[in-house]
Design a protein around this ligand. Structure first.
Ligand SMILES: NC(=O)c1ccc[n+]([C@@H]2O[C@H](COP(=O)([O-])OP(=O)(O)OC[C@H]3O[C@@H](n4cnc5c(N)ncnc54)[C@H](OP(=O)(O)O)[C@@H]3O)[C@@H](O)[C@H]2O)c1
Length: 185
C-alpha cells in the first residue's frame, strides 16, 4: 500500500492561517487538485482535530469508497459515530494502522494531517510521498506542517526526512505550486 501525505500550506510552512481552524485559505486550484487526488485513494487517516473541521467536506457521500481512520486517544468516546468499513476511530500506532489497511486490501492511503498526525507518520517512516500545495501566501504563525512541540518524546523534534522532488507544477497563474516529493529511504 502506498502512503501519500497531502497538505496545503503557506510559503512559510503553515497549514492553518494563524489560529483559524481549517484550510479556508486554500485556492480553488488546490481544491480541484485535492478532490481528484483523494478520489484516487481508498483509505485516509487524519487527526481528530482535522476530522472535526473537515467531516462535512469529507463525507461518505462525497468520497464513497474512502475508508476513514481517525486518530484519537479516546476512540471509545466516538463509538456512536462509527460506520463499519467507512469511518473508524483508533488510538493504534501508524504501523498498526498500515498493517490493518493492507490486510483489508487497501492500495493507496492518504495522510491528511494535521501537524500531529503528519509528525507521527513521518517519524514512523511510513510515508512514501508528500504532495504539497504551496499557496502564494505568508502567515507568520499557525499549525505547522509537521508538529514540533519540543521535548524528547515529541516525534517532530527529532525528524530529519530526506526527500527527492518528483514533480513541481504551477496549478494556476501566480500560484499555487504543487510539489511532489518521494521520501528517500
Ligand atoms: N492546510 C491543510 O492542508 C491542512 C491539513 C490538515 C489539517 N489542517 C488543519 O490543522 C489543524 C489540526 O492540526 P493539529 O496538528 O492541531 O491536529 P491533528 O493532527 O488534526 O489532530 C490531533 C489529534 O490527534 C489525536 N492524537 C494525537 N496524538 C495521538 C496519539 N499518540 N494517539 C492517538 N491519538 C492521538 C488527538 O485527538 P484527541 O484529542 O481526540 O485525543 C489530537 O488532539 C486543523 O485546523 C486543520 O483544519 C490543515
Amino acid at each position: 500500500m502506498q502512503v501519500v501525505l497531502f497538505a496545503a500550506q503557506s510559503v512559510d510552512g503553515w497549514i492553518t492561517r494563524q489560529g483559524e481552524p481549517g484550510d479556508a485559505f486554500a485556492s480553488e486550484a488546490d481544491k480541484t487538485h485535492f478532490r481528484a487526488a483523494i478520489r484516487a485513494c481508498d483509505a485516509c487517516v487524519m487527526g481528530a482535530k482535522t476530522y472535526e473541521v473537515s467531516k462535512e467536506r469529507m463525507s461518505p457521500k462525497t468520497f464513497p469508497s474512502l475508508r476513514r481512520v481517525i486518530w484519537t486517544r479516546r476512540p471509545e468516546a466516538r463509538a456512536a459515530e462509527v460506520v463499519p468499513g467507512v469511518l473508524e476511530f483508533t488510538a493504534e500506532s501508524p504501523a498498526e494502522t498500515v498493517a490493518r489497511l493492507r490486510s483489508d486490501g487497501r492500495k493507496r492511503c492518504a495522510v491528511l494531517g494535521g501537524g500531529e498526525v503528519n509528525a507521527a507518520w513521518l517519524a514512523a517512516g511510513l510515508v512514501d510521498e508528500l504532495c504539497l500545495t504551496v499557496e502564494s501566501r505568508l502567515f507568520g504563525s499557525g499549525t505547522p506542517l509537521v508538529a514540533t512541540v519540543g521535548g524528547g518524546a515529541d516525534p517532530g523534534a527529532t525528524l530529519d526526512v530526506a526527500l527527492e522532488l518528483i514533480e513541481a507544477r504551477v496549478l494556476a497563474a501566480g500560484g499555487p505550486v504543487l510539489l511532489r516529493y518521494a521520501v528517500k529511504r
